[in-house]
Design a protein around this ligand. Structure first.
Ligand SMILES: Nc1nc2c(c(=O)[nH]1)N[C@H]1C(S)=C(S)[C@@H](COP(=O)(O)OP(=O)(O)OC[C@H]3O[C@@H](n4cnc5c(=O)[nH]c(N)nc54)[C@H](O)[C@@H]3O)O[C@H]1N2
Ligand SMILES: Nc1nc2c(c(=O)[nH]1)N[C@H]1C(S)=C(S)[C@@H](COP(=O)(O)OP(=O)(O)OC[C@H]3O[C@@H](n4cnc5c(=O)[nH]c(N)nc54)[C@H](O)[C@@H]3O)O[C@H]1N2
Ligand SMILES: [Mo]
Length: 774
């Protein structure tokens, strides 16, 4: 790729708008997609079209005309690219040589066309037949001393059908080793919600967004990651709903947004205002901030009791529906304002203002993303947010509720159908009954435990259904050591990525159909189903010709691997490939309370919503009530410890997404809304900190993380960019900074890597010229 001109230019326009349209044209050109291909994009998210692989935000009605979304177009264009990676490509390049390529350049080669096997003698991938690939994997699996030596990763794009067959195969084989992208993502949500509201899913639907009068947006960057959510926010803002953004980084897309659907926005160049208030806590400061809000509400409520005026908390709701109110009220009364202000980094007046906004809203929705989950105390923060919402009965009524905004388009569905290292016993019992098999009951490895097991030599076989495990995970150097320890690594995949190059002694690339492609089987073209972030399940049919005639669908790959491995299985693996409705029948039999009449109900345009009891104020907790949960404001975290050691030389780094990337897939080198162009090795830093450290914007720095295990973790050569971010906090991009996250640095309970709070020290690096037109 020719190097684009690097520059830093603050962005003064609204988010989306014309910039988005320009980007889309550039992506179509990059992927060599002719104008005709645009028709594919326009068919996306229609009743007979395919589900957008871009994100898990739900579709309006699902029958509406194409909703323009830059993220969706980029995701579809990346899959529908005209570029191909045939065996001849691999004949030309050794793996050692490809390791020198950037992540952008690897994926930019296009779609993989043939199954490939690594040959250590030539250091190249060579073509292998599908049967040969299945036999090789079966041989390895059956040679393991214990099924728990095998690891089966899932990235959240797999359909319900593929994921269900996969977990069935793996459990019939004998392990619960199911690390998944959720472990790296919303696991803190999945751990926090069941004990409090009885289910690990959000309680709201799009209908609620239409009726909310107040929205709190915690730790999320929707302009980049969930652009269709901005449409909802814009509508809410226009209706007069109050929107508060809580984010250390002044994200442009949370301030103003130009809806590409709206001629007014597009022609006025001004866009619509989104947030009424923008609060910038320090990284990880949300728990203290939310506690501050709770303290105000309890204080005002106590005053109301004293004065005989209307109560501030929802007394009837608290009495009928909750447990533990007194304990958290007493805790809030005792909490010190100094600690709240110090640990949140938010001035008291602002905490009071946002508490007032919350307390005067009748229908409040709280949303959250990675800015909350990827912290040491992510679970505690979410449970404290639940406390806040319960105080005024903001769960389970129209226009109000909890809205974790998930990432991958079917990550929620994968969990529902069994991709979880500790699936509930009832599910496992059901599998045993329906399929007349024995499945293991002890929990398996999550993502971090899987890496440790590979490093320790306890796991020797690594299989991935999608994703890019080698660089989506923390502690890059050690993770790679683990993967290279394996006897076999195998990846079901659409495009070439780093994980194919960081391989075991033997390695396979197994190219599959993407969701946009026609999946033709014996009984005709097959559809697959997915579940979005609001628990809506619907069917998706591909419309494009497959990228290569040698591709198999994900369900076919899983079923044929199972057939090759489990010689005595009674499960009709090959039958499932012929007709996916048979897989849906099997899902229905296993989870009848969720998927009753599955095949019938997906015929309805827009599909159906899975039951979410908390939406109806039914609390599936042991007490049958929603639980308030008491959490201290953390004061001795690894960040506090590093601060004690290094004083204000220590910075807290968050690793986040640029505008031109989909997780590890790099679409381009710009981060438009943050004003970064043509480069990714940047660090956002407060101007005062830049001065204090004797630096200038445009200087180059190296980062070294602070961790007490004697391992030096570093990431070198980043450009300092002055940005509106609290002092002591830094922002950088993932995956460039992943090596700084120690494997042991995980969130309490959920084990999610703390990708948003890494203690680091800065070193000044050598000079390098770049245009810095700030
Ligand atoms: N275009 C595009 N779309 C995507 C993806 C993509 O990579 N590209 N990825 C998909 C996936 S898998 C996911 S999980 C989602 C991710 O979507 P997001 O949840 O938006 O994830 P990030 O980009 O990591 O951004 C996290 C945001 O949290 C803020 N933040 C960081 N730390 C804190 C904190 O301590 N407190 C608060 N209040 N805020 C904080 C950051 O400034 C940033 O704005 O997007 C999905 N959609
Ligand atoms: N430091 C840091 N690390 C993070 C994060 C962070 O914020 N900071 N975020 C975390 C989060 S939220 C997540 S979800 C993970 C993401 O982790 P993953 O889900 O593992 O990574 P992706 O980059 O989404 O995977 C991209 C690859 O998926 C393959 N692919 C694309 N479409 C398909 C398909 O239809 N089928 C198959 N089989 N393969 C396909 C392509 O080969 C592509 O290279 O990363 C996590 N890692
Ligand atoms: Mo994610």
């Amino acid at each position: 790729m020719s190097q684009p001109k690097a520059a830093i230019k603050p962005y003064h326009h609204p988010a989306a708008g014309w910039g988005a349209l320009k980007q889309v044209a550039a992506q179509l050109a990059l992927q060599k997609i002719p104008v005709k291909g645009v028709i594919t994009l326009l068919s996306q998210n229609q009743p007979d079209g395919f589900d957008c692989p871009g994100c898990a935000w739900p579709d309006k009605e699902h029958t509406s005309t194409f909703e323009f979304c830059e993220n969706g177009v980029k995701a579809v264009a990346a899959e529908a690219t005209a570029k191909r990676v045939p065996p001849e490509f691999f004949a030309k390049h050794t793996v050692t040589e490809l390791m020198e390529w950037s992540d952008f350049d690897l994926e930019n080669e296009g779609r993989l066309t043939h199954p490939m096997r690594y040959n250590p003698a030539t250091d190249k991938y060579e073509e292998i037949s599908w049967d040969g690939a299945f036999e090789l994997m079966a041989k390895h699996l059956n040679a393991l001393a214990d099924p728990n030596e095998a690891i089966f990763y899932t990235s959240g794009r797999a359909s319900n059908e593929a994921a269900f067959l996969y977990q069935l195969f793996v459990r019939e084989f004998g392990t619960n080793n199911f690390p998944d992208c959720s472990n790296l993502c919303h696991e803190s949500t999945s751990m926090a919600l069941p004990p409090t509201v009885g289910i690990g899913k959000g309680s709201v639907t799009l209908h609620d967004f239409e009726h909310a009068d107040t929205l709190l947006i915690f730790g999320q960057n929707p302009a980049t990651n969930h652009p269709r959510m901005l449409g909802e926010l814009r509508e809410a803002a226009k209706r007069g709903a109050r929107i508060v953004a809580i984010n250390p980084l002044k994200e442009r897309g949370l301030e103003r947004f130009a809806d590409p659907q709206s001629p007014f926005d597009m022609l006025s160049f001004k866009g619509s205002k989104i947030s009424d208030m923008f609060i910038q806590p320090k990284l990880g400061g949300d728990l203290a901030l939310i506690k501050g809000m709770i303290k105000f509400i309890i204080q005002w409520d106590d005053e109301a009791i004293k004065n005989g005026t209307e109560r501030v908390v929802d007394v009837a709701f608290i009495e009928q529906h909750t447990n533990g109110f007194e304990a958290i009220a007493e805790d809030a009364r005792k909490e010190s304002w100094d600690v709240i202000v110090e640990e949140s980094g938010v001035p008291l007046e602002q905490i009071e203002e946002v508490a007032r906004i919350y307390a005067t809203g009748d229908r409040v929705i709280s949303t959250w993303g990675m800015g909350i989950t990827q912290h040491k105390h992510g679970v505690a923060t979410i449970q404290t947010l639940v406390n806040l919402m319960l105080l005024r009965g903001n769960i389970g009524k129209e226009g109000a509720g909890l809205c974790p905004v998930r990432g991958h388009s079917n990550v929620q569905g994968n969990r529902t159908v069994g991709i979880y290292e500790k699936m509930p016993q009832a599910f496992l019992e059901s599998l045993e009954r329906v399929f007349d098999i024995k499945v293991p009951r002890e929990p398996g490895y999550d993502a971090v435990a899987a890496i440790q097991a590979m490093i320790d030599g306890k796991a020797k076989f690594f299989f991935a259904l999608g994703g890019n495990f080698s660089i989506a995970t923390p502690d890059t150097d050690r993770t790679w050591q683990g993967l290279r320890n394996c006897d076999l690594t195998a990846h079901v995949t659409t495009k070439l990525n780093r994980s194919h190059l960081v391989h075991g002694k033997e390695a396979l690339i197994l190219p599959c159909l993407g969701r946009t492609e026609i999946d033709m089987q014996e009984t005709g073209p097959q559809g697959v189903t997915v579940e979005d972030s609001m628990s809506m399940v619907h069917i998706s049919y591909g419309m494009n010709k497959p990228a290569s005639p040698h591709l198999l669908s994900e369900p076919a790959i899983v079923a044929r691997l199972a057939h090759a491995t489990l010689k005595h299985s009674k499960t009709p693996w090959l039958e499932y490939i012929k007709d996916y409705s048979k897989i849906r029948d099997a899902i229905e039999q296993t989870l009848p309370h969720l998927f009753e009449n599955y095949n019938e109900r997906i015929k309805h345009p827009g599909g159906f919503r899975l039951p979410v009891p908390s939406s109806d104020r039914i609390w599936n907790t042991p007490s049958g009530k929603a639980e308030f949960t008491l959490h201290e404001i953390p004061r001795n975290s690894p960040i506090h410890q590093a601060r004690a050691q290094y004083g204000d030389r220590m910075f807290v780094l968050m690793t986040t997404r640029s505008h031109d990337q989909y997780n590890t897939t790099i679409y381009g080198m710009d981060d438009r809304y943050r004003g970064v162009f043509g480069q990714r090795r940047v660090i956002f830093m407060n101007p005062e900190d830049i001065k204090r450290m004797g630096l200038k914007a445009g200087d180059w720095i190296n980062l070294v993380s602070v961790w007490q295990d004697g391992v030096t973790r570093r990431a070198d050569h980043f450009l300092v960019v002055a940005y509106d971010i609290p002092q002591g906090c830094l922002g950088g991009y993932y995956p460039e900074t992943n090596n700084l996250v120690p494997l042991e640095s995980v969130a309490d309970l959920s084990h999610t890597p703390t990708s948003k709070s890494i203690p680091v020290i800065i070193e000044k690096a050598g000079e390098q010229k770049v245009s810095h037109a700030a």
